[in-house]
Design a binder for this molecule. Sequence first.
Ligand code: S3P
Length: 196
Amino acid sequence: MPHNKNRDSKNQDRNLEILKHLQKPIVMLGMMGTGKTTIGRAIAKILGLEFLDTDKKIEEKAGLTTPEIFSQFGEKKFREVEAKIITELLNQDKKRVIATGGGAVVNTESLAYIKNKTLSVWLNTDLENLYKRVSKNKNRPLLQTENPKKTLKNLMDDRKHFYEQADIHVQMKQDCIISAADHVLEHLHMYLKDKI
Ligand code: S3P
């Protein structure tokens, strides 16, 4: 994006307003591959907030990678640890940005915490885009199936009604991280301004 002084200062004012009105942690929701971690981290940096990723926290706690946790202990155990970490982090009531794993919303308690204690942002994108992104790496144990695209579609269909409960819905089209982060910040700003 070319440098534009006027736009930069407008964005700075917008970001300051977001910070002024933000009362809760911002939580990124959405399917694997939507960019929750990358965009969440970029937003946190722009706003000067701490950034946390629940998948990373789970891996640190277990001393294992996500695929190792799934293969050694199963999805159920992963979900238990995920829910515990989400409730612990949200009970700290800190203003920061948290990226969750795509399946975090299926746990009833986690979803209730997210709805009560956060400003939740659903990053949504279409199946083709998602598939293009997730097929680049093998880190998603749930997609190690005969037909990963179909699995992805089924997961999307099953989870849509959970993601729809987020406060803010953002349709992601941008490949560039800066434009994507800016797009999400615009949505956050609009939402918070409406609440004043
Ligand atoms: C999962 C998504 C992953 C990770 C785990 C399960 C899911 O996180 O939590 O592989 O159920 O959708 P990302 O959404 O960050 O890839």
